[in-house]
Design a binder for this molecule. Structure first.
Ligand code: TXA
Ligand code: MG
Length: 337
């Protein structure tokens, strides 16, 4: 099929794609998504087919504001509205008990559903114009780094989707934070643009799912099914080096072979002459690192490298999300120096 390239000027055309049961690339502040009518099991099935996504991995429903929560969820705790008030629109997905009208195809048969209101006006306008919740995973082919620009999404999806709305590069760059509000204490299933520290300010105690910080053993089930897959992987193997930035740069300098690629902070750009280098922003700028990380990983697929070495950001604040994505790309192959 021919993928139509749309912009923010084409809200009603984009809403028509959703209403007709088609596949629409949507911009969000986190990453581009692969959207379809979240109430139509056939449209949802087409998302799984286009991505090559395993069927046991549920999708998030995107809505234009918190008043839509009660359409699709029940037993909504007061704290969900508190979180929505503080962080919506924004990079926070809340897991809530679903109503039966939400198809099994969206939730992979779970009795819960992920709800998110993206901080992207054109996408909220499209959803409101369609008057349908939009189910959307990240717009990458399954297993690839998530796309943080329309161009990156088209690399994976050109010809496989009806249309894509280009609204420029994503401002956050890592996917939304996922918090499960159906358990006590609430549980962080995936770190993202809203930090653990910010959630704790509203929720008090927050449990952190094991899948955030370590590799799941074969057969082990994380609460967010998607967290068990080796995600975000470039084609060459990645090693993450953790420690004080000057030490990790020196360690990588010593270990690389002639054909190694490097992911480093801006300050260390010149430490690796002759090597393909992707910088992810200054060592102290976590927002820049979040915006850059997926592009840095994707860039190596166009370069001939045997392996990739990466300086690890610190894992506090937004850094928990950045290190989670990088560590997953490395299959949690991490060296501490
Ligand atoms: O920022 C984002 O959240 C992006 C943009 C497009 O909104 N979307 C996104 O979707 O990252 P996806 O499908 O790539 O990741 C959704 C994650 C998966 O790990 C999935 O297993 C988990 O959310 N998930 C979805 N519904 C769930 C549920 N009911 N219970 C637990 N985990 C759930
Ligand atoms: Mg994804």
């Amino acid at each position: 099929m021919d993928t139509k390239h749309l912009t923010a000027a084409h809200v009603s055309e984009a809403a028509d794609v959703i209403r007709r049961g088609g596949l629409l690339g949507i911009p969000t502040e986190t990453v581009y998504g692969l959207g379809a009518n979240g109430l139509d099991p056939d449209a949802v099935a087409a998302i799984f087919a286009a991505k090559g996504r395993p069927q046991d991995n549920p999708l998030i429903l995107h809505v234009p504001d918190e008043s839509w929560l009660e359409r699709y969820c029940e037993d909504i705790p007061a704290v969900a509205y508190e979180l929505a008030g503080r962080f919506w629109p924004g990079p926070l997905t809340m897991i809530l008990k679903r109503k039966s009208m939400v198809p099994d195809a969206v939730t992979a048969g779970l009795d819960t559903v992920g709800m998110r209101c993206p901080d992207c006006k054109v996408t909220r306008d499209i959803i409101a114009a369609a008057d349908l919740p939009v189910a959307a995973p990240s717009g990458n082919a399954s297993g690839r780094p998530s796309p943080t620009s329309a161009q990156a999404m088209l690399e994976d999806m050109e010809g496989k989707i009806d249309a894509l709305v280009d609204d420029g590069p994503c401002s956050v760059g890592v996917e939304s934070t996922i918090i499960d509000l159906t358990v006590a204490p609430p549980r962080l299933l995936r770190p993202g643009g809203v930090t653990l520290e910010e959630l704790e300010e509203v929720l008090g105690e927050v449990a952190v799912d094991d899948a955030v910080r370590r590799l799941m053993a074969p057969g082990e089930q994380p609460r967010a099914p998607g967290m068990k897959y080796r995600h975000y992987a470039p084609k060459a193997p990645v090693t993450v080096v953790k420690g004080e930035a000057r030490c990790t740069a020196a360690y990588i300098q010593e270990k690389i072979n002639d054909f190694s690629g490097v992911i480093c902070f801006d300050e260390y750009r010149d430490f690796f002459p002759g090597h393909p280098v992707q910088t992810i922003g200054p060592a102290a700028d976590q927002a820049a690192q979040a915006r850059r990380i997926f592009d840095a990983l994707r860039a190596f697929d166009h370069l001939e490298v045997t392996d990739i070495w990466a300086q690890s950001p610190t894992d506090t604040g937004l850094g928990l999300a950045v290190t989670n994505r990088l560590n997953k790309a490395a299959g949690f192959h991490i060296i501490e120096v």
